[in-house]
Design a protein around this ligand. Sequence first.
Ligand code: SF4
Length: 297
Amino acid sequence: MYMETKVKSILNRLKIRDNWFLVDYSVNPFMGCALNCIYCYIHGSKYGGEDTSNLKIKTNAAEVLYRQLKNRAKKREYGFVGLGSSTDPYPPIEEDLQITRELLKIIYRFKFPVNVTSKSTLILRDLDLLRKIDEKAILPENLKNKLKHGVIVSFSFSTVDPYLAGIFEPGASTVEERLETMKKFKQEGFLVGANLMPLLPFLSDSEEDLDKMIGKMKEYGAEFVLVGGLTLFGDKKSDCKVRYYNALKEHFPDLLRPTKELFGNSFAPSRTYQHKLAVLSRKIASKHNIRTNILEK
Ligand code: SF4
């Protein structure tokens, strides 16, 4: 089920470049996300709040992006467009509607680079178009010497355990399918990487878990991994904090208390936890000879 909506703007210019994902712009083809990950921050945070049962299709997305990107191209304000920061750009409905594909055609038309993030194998459908963007995109001046690609293909994982993924990412393609898709893009010559976020406390954030995850990413062609911890927001039934704790109660009741203690009254675990995760991920990434940033130089 989905609803339709019209938007006035679809191209969001960031105040400053997001140096983690290298994006200067973000575009979300949909409102809400059909993949329905239990931990998804758009439920309850200031970044979203839409219920997944209310996935909204932006019916005029293509015409609005055309107008806005044409303007930016005229001023030569080139920068990576992050496709799908608050929604996966490849929900099942995309197979019929092809909204994301239309947006990619416009991105290609105006020669903008793009960072596409997904948990779906449907991205394979657009490999041809992404290849053309990769060849033709104009990079921002200050990235030209540091990057050889106009397309970054990023796959997200919070775990590589199929059982955990089935619980926490019920609408995503399976872990195996995502890994195989990443491998395919790598074989086709793309710059690919993995967003290992959010790592799930006590479930996928140990040294052993990270070693296994990062090793797998390397094995399947990722050139970089970006690692991030879990954030939990909101007190409503549909908010991610409530949904996450309910999932723990149902599947891992012993972890409910320690997880709540880890978060305390905050939306994120302590700085010490974050720091430990960052140090650990750098150490393990280095062991597997994989970057913890996108840039090639
Ligand atoms: S795929 Fe991303 S945006 Fe969609 S529900 Fe999962 S975490 Fe949220």
